[in-house]
Design a protein around this ligand. Structure first.
Ligand code: A2P
Length: 330
């Protein structure tokens, strides 16, 4: 660890080259900015703290409402000389379901770039394989606003964003193998990344195998079990198996989870707005799990937390989406 001002700068974070030729390589741990309730100033301050401790990879989405505070932090980081330029950072954002219409993709990206006050994204993802009528976004959405997803039309519009240089790499999020099949059938530029819920308690072995075969890099959201999205607690941070391994290695449970994900070749998008935890979550690159640790982790009972169906209100009818399709376990 080297010192810069009063903050500590973490040892270099490994990076992975994405298949989209001119994309900046993606740092193996990124900072997530999905935080509820949304407090823009807290996001901005946390991003600045993260840059100070060595983060260069930031993840946002139109739906999170954190594009603007992330952009404010990036601008301030450049002004304060924490980074020489925006080019040092890897910034991801995501197309919301109400924007998943071929003619709305480019305008949505332009809006996102305006919110972020930057010229291009390093990575633009389709947030969900779900299309909602182009109504103002609400959460949860009305079931009757669900529409069939035009995989070919939306993906070709994503490719256009890439060709225009506005998204250095393009990809998807929450896509199953079935959804990826549809995108790959239409694609001239295949998706570079699929960002999904992934951690020792939801390991996604089938999907990872598929993505490895197709050259799609996998990124993990909820790498630490998420923010109690389903109200049942946090199965990662409360795991006895991970606690035992953490004790034996002299690490925290969070570090064991992030290290395991890194060893699988997957990039973690970890959310913390706390300086100490931000730092801790980068300190995973100079030690290893043992074979015995890996075996124990492979035997952890599996549990998916983020269900696509939660995006819709409980009332109303699905008109054109198969509910089972939104909640695929693989
Ligand atoms: P906080 O922001 O207070 O640090 P995920 O990244 O899986 O979405 O999970 C993030 C949750 O885990 C957040 O609630 C975050 O809270 C917490 N968290 C992040 N890093 C750590 C850590 N190193 N130790 C314990 N909890 C953590």
């Amino acid at each position: 660890m080297a010192s810069k001002g009063t903050a500590t700068v973490a040892a270099a974070v490994p990076e992975v080259a994405l298949r989209s030729g001119n994309a900046r390589p993606m740092p193996a741990v990124g900072m997530g900015t999905a935080a509820f309730p949304l407090v823009p100033e807290a996001t901005k301050n946390a991003v600045l703290a993260a840059i100070e401790v060595g983060y260069r990879h930031f993840d946002t989405a139109y739906m999170y409402g954190t594009e603007k505070p992330l952009g404010d932090a990036v601008a301030e980081a450049v002004r304060r000389g924490l980074v020489a330029s925006r080019q040092e950072l890897f910034v991801t954002s995501k197309l919301w379901c109400t924007q998943c219409h071929p003619d709305l993709v480019l305008p949505a990206l332009r809006q996102t770039l305006q919110n972020l006050q930057i010229e291009y994204l390093d990575l633009y993802l389709i947030h969900w394989p779900i299309c909602i009528k182009p109504v103002p976004p609400s959460f949860p959405a009305k079931k009757e606003d669900a529409m069939p997803f035009d995989f070919e039309g939306v993906w070709l519009a994503m490719e256009e964003c890439h060709r225009l240089g506005l998204a250095k790499a393009i990809g998807v999020s929450n896509f199953t193998t079935k959804h990826l099949d549809k995108v790959l059938a239409a694609a001239t530029i295949p998706p570079a990344v699929n960002q999904v819920e992934l951690n020792p308690v939801w390991q996604q072995r089938t999907l990872r195998g598929y993505c490895a075969e197709k050259g799609i890099h996998v990124a993990a959201y909820s790498p630490l079990g998420g923010q109690n999205w389903d109200g049942t607690g946090n199965a990662v941070l409360e795991s006895d198996v991970l606690a035992g391994i953490a004790k034996a290695r002299g690490k925290t449970i969070a570090q064991v989870s992030l290290r395991w994900i890194y060893e699988q070749g997957v990039t973690s998008i970890a959310k913390s707005y706390n300086m100490e935890r931000l730092k801790q979550n980068l300190e995973i690159f100079d030690w290893e799990l043992t074979d015995e640790d890996r075996l124990k982790i492979s035997q952890i009972p599996q549990k998916k937390v983020v269900k696509g169906t939660d995006l819709f209100s409980r009332e109303g009818e699905f008109t054109s989406v198969d509910a089972a399709d939104l909640n695929v376990e693989e």
